[in-house]
Write a protein that binds this ligand. Structure first.
Ligand SMILES: [Zn+2]
Length: 141
C-alpha cells in the first residue's frame, strides 16, 4: 500500500468546551485522559461528567500513549484541498486505560495497520508549527 499518505487530518479539527484542554495539552506534547475523582473511571473523549457515576469532579491524568489497533479505515475520498491520496484513520484501544478509544492518523504509510498490533502515539502537525494531533505508529519489536 505505498500509495497511502500520512496525517491528512492535521490541523483540521475545532476544539469544543470539553475538548479544548485536551488539545492544549497536545500542543504541549502531553498525552492525558480524564479520570473521575469519585469512582476513578478514566474516560476519553473529554466530557463534563462521568458516564459511570455522573459526578462532575475529575482531573486530567497523564498516561502513556500506547495501545493496540482496534480498527481502521482507508479513506479514498478527497474532502478538501490537498487531499486525493488514500490515507488511514486508525482507532486505538489504550493500554492500561480501560474503555478509552482514540482515533488518529496512521503514521506508517508504507502499509495498513494490522488488527491488535501494538502502537505508540506521536505528536504530529504542520511543518513549522506545534503539534495539533496525536498520530499512531507501529511499535517495532
Ligand atoms: Zn465516576
Amino acid at each position: 500500500m505505498s500509495d497511502l499518505m500520512p496525517g491528512p487530518l492535521r490541523g483540521a479539527l475545532t476544539p469544543d468546551r470539553d475538548s479544548a484542554p485536551w488539545w492544549e495539552r497536545v500542543r504541549r506534547r502531553e498525552f492525558a485522559v480524564q479520570r473521575c475523582d469519585t469512582c476513578r473511571t478514566p474516560r476519553f473523549p473529554a466530557r463534563a461528567f462521568c458516564p459511570a457515576c455522573r459526578t462532575e469532579r475529575w482531573h486530567w491524568e497523564a498516561v502513556e500513549p500506547e495501545g493496540t489497533v482496534e480498527s481502521w479505515i482507508v479513506n479514498r475520498r478527497a474532502f478538501g484541498p490537498g487531499d486525493g491520496r488514500p490515507y488511514v484513520v486508525v482507532m486505538v484501544r489504550l493500554a492500561g486505560v480501560p474503555g478509552c478509544l482514540l482515533y488518529g492518523s496512521w503514521e506508517a504509510p508504507s502499509r495498513e495497520p494490522v488488527g491488535g498490533e501494538r502502537v505508540r502515539g506521536v505528536f504530529v502537525g504542520p511543518a513549522g508549527e506545534g503539534p495539533t494531533l496525536v498520530g499512531w505508529e507501529p511499535v517495532v519489536r
